[in-house]
Design a protein. Structure first.
Length: 478
């Protein structure tokens, strides 16, 4: 917890990556300080501590000027007398829109309150226009969770449930795993304190019992890489507390699960990931069923790395992750990592990737068209976009991510949209299909042949579709 954080700490971080925006950030801080000057948090601290911490989290990601200013001002529309128009005059329209966007979700709770359900709907629709709204909100939620001890037990439970059901999946969706893991662990601590303490003790035991093995492996692998003149950094990691708890619940005995402990090897060049993989396998025998090439086949949230699980000393399984420095940064921050690499172009690139990776915009529009009830809308968003996706391949090896239980009809409309009705032939894994209601499985290879004539049966196809994108396009007549 950054209780002693000062404006100078924030400006020092900002200055290191963009000295040109220091003045604007300081101006936003001064304005927020004056507006919140008579307000205090439940902890007794001046309220300005909260937006300062939110902004600091974003500055560590190298956030742009508008995002930082909006973070500092994110509670002013709700808690002070300033207007959106005044913020626009003092800064610009983008800052005003971001502050307005975050204000609308600052007290959202889709679990009970119908007004907040409507607010949550607006946020999801707004996220398609500017992903920075959600990134600010994740940083906001992170600091609120870090200070949750000052809330009543009832509020702790409600906020933790909301965090687990909404903000953790959002963090996963955009690949912000560092935030995801911390949100999970804090929420778990308040929702199931006894299980949290037991699992924390298990995690500490895992760290203690694996330390000598990981130290030996780091030294051996490091020596081998140095002999081949391959620059590297290597570190060990253990799954977060809630991650271990889920493993125990899903699989029972946690000791022999392959991905609880890992070595992370970062390399400067892409080809060295594969060279290093061969070197690791020359020293430690791989457990073949656990090899994953996420470099050629990135996850929906952009994650890239080679994963191999090896038989390690002391009868342990250890996962070895090999990635470039860039991939490592992306695996930590996800879409916001583009701020670090692309500067002013980052926001557009974030939006583009969000659109392409999980058909986010099209899916949201489809859900919005089909569900007038805010409760149904939010439930469908959770089902289609905030749950884990399955992945299939086209015949060129491109990965297509779809919601679980998607059928061939869902694939057609996700990939081909208005051309979907012209399908002539569908094969999955080389087998010609007569029934397009086939439910796709991970790693299926789908081959589509399109013709010149429409071949759609709207009523039948609508019944076969499980995604709102497919259903909405069928309903429109495509």
């Amino acid at each position: 917890m950054l209780n002693n954080l000062s404006i100078n700490d924030l400006l020092c971080v900002v200055k290191k990556y963009d000295s040109d925006i220091v003045y604007a950030v300081k101006k936003a801080y001064d304005m927020a300080s004056v507006l919140h000057q008579s307000q205090y948090r439940k902890s007794g601290e001046p309220y300005i501590i909260h937006p300062l911490n939110v902004c600091y989290t974003l500055a560590l990601m190298h956030a742009d000027c508008d995002t930082l200013c909006a973070a500092l001002l994110h509670d002013t529309l709700e808690d002070t007398n300033i207007t959106k128009e005044e913020i626009a005059r003092e800064f610009n329209d983008n800052v005003a829109e971001l502050v307005d966007g975050v204000t609308k979700i600052s007290n959202s709770s889709y679990v009970v309150d119908s007004d907040n359900l409507a607010t949550t709907r607006k946020i999801i629709l707004g996220m398609a226009k500017d992903i920075r709204i959600i990134i600010i909100k994740l940083a906001d939620r992170l600091h609120n969770m870090r200070t949750l001890e000052f809330k009543s037990p009832a509020k702790q439970e409600k906020i933790s449930l909301e965090t687990m059901h909404f903000y953790v999946p959002l963090a996963r969706l955009i690949g912000a795993y560092e935030i995801k893991y911390e949100l999970e662990d804090i929420a778990f601590k308040y929702l199931k304190p006894n299980d949290y303490l037991k699992t924390e003790e298990m995690r500490n035991n895992i760290i203690m019992n694996s330390k000598s093995t990981l130290d030996i492996m780091q030294e051996n692998i490091g020596n081998l890489l140095e002999q081949k003149d391959i620059a590297y950094s290597i570190s060990s990691k253990v799954k977060n507390i809630y991650g271990i708890y889920k493993r125990i619940n899903n699989f029972g005995n946690y000791v022999d699960k392959h991905d609880l402990i890992a070595l992370k090897i970062c390399l400067e060049e892409l080809q060295n990931c594969y060279l290093a993989l061969g070197l690791v396998h020359s020293m430690y025998h791989p457990y073949n069923e656990k090899f994953k090439d996420y470099i050629c086949n990135p996850k929906a949230n952009m994650y890239q790395a080679l994963h191999t699980t090896v038989f390690a000393p002391n009868d342990l399984f250890v996962q070895v992750q090999l990635k470039t420095i860039t991939m490592n940064y992306i695996s930590t921050y996800g879409l916001p990592s583009y701020w670090y690499y692309m500067g002013d172009m980052a926001r557009d690139k974030m939006q583009e990737d969000l659109k392409n990776k999980v058909h986010f915009y099209d899916s949201v529009e489809g859900i919005d068209r089909l569900f007038s009830s805010n409760q149904d809308f939010v439930n469908q968003i959770r089902k289609e976009l905030l749950s884990k996706h399955l992945h299939v391949f086209d015949t060129k090896g491109c990965v297509i991510y779809l919601p679980k239980d998607s059928t061939v009809i869902d694939y057609l409309y996700a990939v081909y949209k208005d051309k979907a009705p012209y399908v002539e032939r569908v094969s999955v894994n080389g087998n010609l299909l007569d029934d397009y209601s086939y439910v796709l499985q991970n790693n299926d290879i789908v081959s589509i042949t399109l013709g010149l004539q429409k071949n759609v049966n709207p009523e039948k196809w609508f019944g076969m579709a499980t995604t709102s994108l497919a259903r909405s396009l069928i309903k429109k007549g495509n």
